[in-house]
Design a protein around this ligand. Sequence first.
Ligand code: NAG
Ligand code: NAG
Ligand code: NAG
Ligand code: NAG
Ligand code: NAG
Ligand code: NAG
Ligand code: NAG
Ligand code: NAG
Ligand code: NAG
Ligand code: NAG
Ligand code: NAG
Ligand code: CA
Length: 547
Amino acid sequence: MRLQAPLAALPFVGFTAAAALSSTNCSAAAFQKIIDANGTQARVEWATYVPAGGSLNPLNYTSATQYPTGLPESCAVQVNVASEGNSSYLVGVIFPSDWNGRMLSAAAGGGINWVDMGTGTHYGFAAVSSNLGHVGIDTAGTWAIGRPEAVIDWGYRAWHGTTLLAKLLVAGHYSSSGPKYSYFYGCSTGGRQSMKNMQEYPDDYDGIIAGAPAWWTTHQQLWNLKQTTYQAPANSSHTIPETMFSVLAAEVLKQCDPQDGLTDTIISNPQGCVFNPLTLACNATSDPSTCLTADQLTTLASIYSDWIDTNQTFVYSHVFLGSESSWLEGNIGLGESSTIDQQYWFIRDLMGLGDSFVWQDLDFETVELADKLNPGNATAGQYDISAFADRGGKFIHYHGLSDSYVSPGASVHYYDRASSAVKPKGVEVDDFYRLFLIPGMEHCFNTPTDMNAPWYIAGADQASAINTSTWSVPGYKDAKHDVILAMMAWVENGTAPEELVATVWKNISTADEVSRQRPVCKYPLQAKYTGHGDPDESANWGCEGLY
Ligand SMILES: *[C@@H]1O[C@H](CO)[C@@H](O)[C@H](O)[C@H]1NC(C)=O
Ligand SMILES: *[C@@H]1O[C@H](CO)[C@@H](O)[C@H](O)[C@H]1NC(C)=O
Ligand SMILES: *[C@@H]1O[C@H](CO)[C@@H](O)[C@H](O)[C@H]1NC(C)=O
Ligand SMILES: *[C@@H]1O[C@H](CO)[C@@H](O)[C@H](O)[C@H]1NC(C)=O
Ligand SMILES: *[C@@H]1O[C@H](CO)[C@@H](O)[C@H](O)[C@H]1NC(C)=O
Ligand SMILES: *[C@@H]1O[C@H](CO)[C@@H](O)[C@H](O)[C@H]1NC(C)=O
Ligand SMILES: *[C@@H]1O[C@H](CO)[C@@H](O)[C@H](O)[C@H]1NC(C)=O
Ligand SMILES: *[C@@H]1O[C@H](CO)[C@@H](O)[C@H](O)[C@H]1NC(C)=O
Ligand SMILES: *[C@@H]1O[C@H](CO)[C@@H](O)[C@H](O)[C@H]1NC(C)=O
Ligand SMILES: *[C@@H]1O[C@H](CO)[C@@H](O)[C@H](O)[C@H]1NC(C)=O
Ligand SMILES: CC(=O)N[C@H]1CO[C@H](CO)[C@@H](O)[C@@H]1O
Ligand SMILES: [Ca+2]
């Protein structure tokens, strides 16, 4: 299904599919000509024609789950952009022949995010991404050692440059005046990228969609190590053992599920749950693998508490009740040194404290130093985003309440602070910025098996959980169910999203038979069952005040 109505409403002329497809247009030379005429320092590495149904695999992945497949007929290009000193970054753009007149940037993951770009082309977007100047995901920092220019590119500079270059190429390739509307979506570190861009360069995009954003880089990365230290060293008397994780998840679900008003396997309001961990306390007859000792209960209390440090300084929010399903594979883990090693990249390589820094050294001074250095100015911590509101920008922010990698509390913190910061500027937050907390969603996608909560809203990294040739919400390609279409409706039509309907299917691989759908309400509202009809149908729910 194509996006018919909005296309028809756009006054785009001067572009035909045939024009975009001529071999002269989709050649490295054609793109280099556009760049040179602009005086930009950038070199086209390659351009390639993609036939309808084709794939694009520039990183030579061996599994089709890692690169876009089943693309619409397109032209793709990769450009190397010179930055400061000897640093440079890569920009990728896919130009679908059947262009919708708009641009969609997909935040970087481990390099150019070809998968989410591919998703964007199905809507008709010219799709853009960047590698931000380094190879590898943000869990290794060796690329940053001794390269302050590269750290600035990563922090914010490469995305601005990428955006300008992409707009230039879109104008040139389609012989147009450029994209009529530009959007940016990303999750996790990608959510940070989109928020940082909005804060520094409010004119770049009309709409920003940030999922589970790791926006508070300096505190976020230190907290990820802090989480691991609660369990360290491995096999201590205070270490919660592997066998306890599922027991704990089940007990939290048992206690918190009904407290939100409906026993439906979903914890809709984890912050409103009064959880009593003593039901798991060991006694004389307990099986030691399924109970918690006094020391382990203390560890649990730390995990569920905000990181408050010297002088009552709030450093970072805790994980919420209902996030236990991802603790074992995630940052909390078992206190093993191998898990801790993955948390060092920011402190050792970006802050420059080197390999002699060990987890026992983490303290409030580390936090103060992180804030002072703020490597690459990466923290997207500007709360006054009224400049973005004033230029007509819209911001949709969402976060899964079962996320243990980035605390949903950090998202609430940002929203609350931003609301207060824009008010004195005469800006009402609700007019341009809405936060959606998704009950039972883990980090960016998925839900704990036992909860089976609706989580899919076609956000960043979500469509590829179905397969790499799908897009939007299969069966529900509309602004109620798809956050990208919701954003377009808000920016282009002024229709603000009051709620988003999230979906979970019986089988995510086929995404054919819906298991449950439910509205996700804008913060601080919460979805409430009307009391009539099937609770697995969104029509039987409404949004109500949480407080
Ligand atoms: C992928 O394979 C092609 C063809 O063998 C090669 O030219 C290209 O350099 C490879 N790309 C990467 C990132 O390894
Ligand atoms: C890049 O520049 C840095 C100085 O900023 C230098 O240390 C490094 O050797 C240079 N790398 C290359 C590949 O030229
Ligand atoms: C280069 O492209 C940018 C982005 O589209 C544009 O703002 C600028 O005016 C262009 N410069 C020239 C010399 O064409
Ligand atoms: C902790 O104990 C488990 C089970 O006895 C063992 O497999 C693991 O190697 C131990 N880990 C460390 C770091 O000692
Ligand atoms: C002892 O602990 C177990 C859980 O480990 C619990 O099921 C049982 O009720 C407890 N017994 C008493 C007497 O508290
Ligand atoms: C804590 O607060 C006291 C009293 O205001 C101040 O003197 C001290 O410097 C603070 N400590 C830190 C680490 O900021
Ligand atoms: C980082 O931000 C600070 C404060 O706004 C500013 O003074 C500094 O120039 C910035 N550094 C870079 C590399 O952008
Ligand atoms: C804008 O509203 C019109 C009329 O309801 C609708 O047809 C169109 O799809 C909307 N555009 C977007 C981008 O949502
Ligand atoms: C989901 O569908 C896929 C593809 O048809 C199939 O291989 C898989 O077994 C199914 N999973 C479940 C849990 O039914
Ligand atoms: C991908 O998922 C979509 C939506 O469920 C489906 O229509 C399509 O057949 C799937 N493609 C592949 C290659 O599995
Ligand atoms: C940028 C560019 O070269 N655009 C051209 C693409 O091809 C069509 C048809 O050949 C031309 O009309 C465009 O100017
Ligand atoms: Ca419930």
